[in-house]
Ligand binder design. Sequence first.
Ligand SMILES: [Zn+2]
Length: 158
Amino acid sequence: MSDAFILYIDRLKGGAVQKLGIILSPEFFDIHESDLVFQDPVEVSGEAYLAEEELVIHLSASTVARMPCSICNQMLPCSLAIKNFYHTEQLSSIKTGLFDLREPLREALLTELPKTIECPGGCKERETIAPFLKKHPEAPNTPDALDTYFPFSDLKYP
Ligand SMILES: [Zn+2]
């Protein structure tokens, strides 16, 4: 079970579809930062098969990352999920006949991370620091102006 994330290309030859149902330890993220922490397992489901000269991995995965609120710095859980993620790999580049699906999975999950998060419902600390935040001036000529344009407003009804 410990190497369930390793795909054996030989076993997929002849059109076999390998069902994947894996719980990965979060250590595979190999991230050691104070403002990005993975401590929950990563649940992975999906399938792997060969198509022509390619290995195809089709996955859904979910876990929870922990990141600090961008206002008050309190660590917050942040659900991460990918659905119907596809990764293909040329068989010619898999020299060993083994493919570790953790690498593409890791990248796909990290891509989903938000740049910043904030306490649910808006950080309470926001009011404390509000006087120090510059308000964004309303930008003129935003596409919002289009909302007031009704192309059919002068149609005459019989
Ligand atoms: Zn906060």
